[in-house]
Design a protein around this ligand. Structure first.
Ligand code: FE
Length: 339
C-alpha cells in the first residue's frame, strides 16, 4: 500500500502534477478549540463544500501573537477563539474584516455579533457554593459576593483573566464604573485566599471547604458533572449551583466565536465557513464540544449536564459592549486590588 502511494507520488512528480491543484479550495483555520466533536464539525464542512480545512490549533494568546507577527503574509482565513475579551483584542488589533452576510445576520441574534466578529456558542458565569456552609439565599447575585457577611469565603481566579474582565465589563454597563469598583473592593475583602488557578480549581476549593463560594464558567461545572471519576463526582455532590441575578439583570453570558481575517487569502471560503458554523448541525457540534449553548435560537443540544443544570435568564447585553468595556474593567480591577 505504502509502495503504491510512493509510486503514485513519484509518477505525479515526474509528470509535473503538483499534489495541490490550482482548483483545490482550502480554508486556513486558526483555532483555540480542540474538542472531540470538532472532527465531525470540520469534516462535514468539507463534505458539503469541497473545501479542505487546514487547522492550526494553539492557545488563544499564542494565535493572536502569531497572526500579528505574520502580518500581511498570514495564511489565516478565520480565527476562532473564546471570550468576548479576546475577540475584542483581536478586533482592536485590526485583525478582523467586516463580513456582510444576510445568512449570518438572520441566524445569529443581533446581541451576539458585532460588525467584525460573531459568537457561535455561549457560556454562563455562574456561582457555586458549598452546601454545608453557605445558605444559597446569601449568594443569589454577583453583587452579594461583596457582602461583608461572606468575609473569608470567596474564591475566584485572577482579576486579569478575560472571564472576570468580561463580567466586570457587564457590571460597568449596568452599574457604572464607581459602583463596580466598590463591588470589586468588597469582593477582594471577602477573598478566602489570593486568586490562583483556573475555574475548576475554584470549584474544587469550594467542595473541599477552603472557600464557601466561587465564580466559574458553566462548562467547567458541566465537565465535572459528566466526569466518571469518583473524585469529580464527590466534588459535584458537595456544591450547589446558582444562576446569578435572576431577579435583576440576568446571568452574565460570554461567548466562543470568531471572524474572518483582514488578510485572509481565501475570503470566499472564510465566509462560507462562518455561515456553516451558524447551521443547525454545526451549532450542535460547536456548542456540545465544550458543553456550551448554541447561539442560534431554537437549536438544541442533547447535553445531560446542561439539561440537569436547567434553564436561566441570561443577561441580554451586546457582546460588543462587553468588548468595549474591557479596558475600563481592567482599570477598575487594578484600582480595587483584584490581582
Ligand atoms: Fe475556559
Amino acid at each position: 500500500m505504502k509502495t503504491t502511494k510512493t509510486l503514485v507520488a513519484a509518477l505525479a512528480l515526474a509528470l509535473g502534477v503538483g499534489t495541490v491543484s490550482a482548483e483545490e479550495k482550502v480554508l486556513n483555520l486558526y483555532s483555540a478549540r480542540h474538542y472531540q466533536t470538532d472532527e465531525a464539525l470540520y469534516s462535514n464542512f468539507t463534505k458539503q463544500t469541497g473545501i479542505k480545512i487546514n487547522r492550526i490549533e494553539a492557545g488563544e494568546n499564542e494565535l493572536l501573537e502569531r497572526i500579528k507577527n505574520e502580518g500581511a503574509n498570514s495564511p489565516a482565513d478565520v480565527l476562532l477563539t473564546v471570550d468576548a475579551a479576546r475577540l475584542a483584542k483581536a478586533d482592536e488589533l485590526g485583525l478582523f474584516a467586516p463580513v456582510n452576510s444576510k445568512l449570518l445576520e438572520s441566524r445569529i441574534p443581533a446581541h451576539m455579533r458585532t460588525k467584525d466578529w460573531f459568537a457561535f456558542s455561549t457560556r454562563a458565569r455562574v456561582i457555586v457554593y458549598n452546601k454545608a456552609t453557605i445558605d444559597p439565599a446569601d449568594v443569589q447575585n454577583y453583587e452579594d459576593l461583596a457582602n461583608p457577611k461572606l468575609k473569608g469565603k470567596v474564591c475566584v481566579r485572577s482579576g486579569s483573566h478575560p472571564y472576570n474582565l468580561s463580567l466586570g465589563a457587564a457590571l460597568i454597563e449596568h452599574h457604572g464604573e464607581q459602583k463596580t469598583e466598590e463591588w470589586v473592593k468588597g469582593l477582594v475583602a471577602n477573598f478566602a485566599r489570593a486568586p490562583k488557578g483556573g475555574d475548576t480549581d475554584q470549584i474544587k476549593a469550594v467542595a473541599a471547604g477552603e472557600c464557601g463560594v466561587a465564580l466559574t464558567n458553566s462548562y467547567y461545572l458541566a465537565r465535572l458533572m459528566r466526569s466518571t471519576k469518583p473524585e469529580d463526582q464527590k466534588v459535584v455532590e458537595q456544591i450547589g449551583l446558582v444562576w446569578p441575578n435572576q431577579k435583576t439583570t440576568g446571568t452574565h453570558v460570554n461567548v466562543s466565536g470568531g471572524g474572518m481575517l483582514k488578510t485572509a487569502p481565501n475570503k470566499e471560503a472564510a465566509v462560507k465557513f462562518l455561515e456553516y458554523l451558524a447551521s443547525d448541525q454545526a451549532q450542535i457540534y460547536f456548542a456540545d464540544g465544550n458543553n456550551e449553548w448554541p447561539v442560534v435560537p431554537g437549536v438544541k443540544t442533547r447535553n445531560p449536564a446542561l439539561e440537569k443544570m436547567g434553564s436561566f435568564k441570561a443577561d441580554g447585553i451586546n457582546v460588543g459592549v462587553l468588548a468595549k468595556n474591557q479596558a475600563a474593567a481592567q482599570k477598575v480591577f487594578d484600582r480595587a486590588g483584584w490581582r
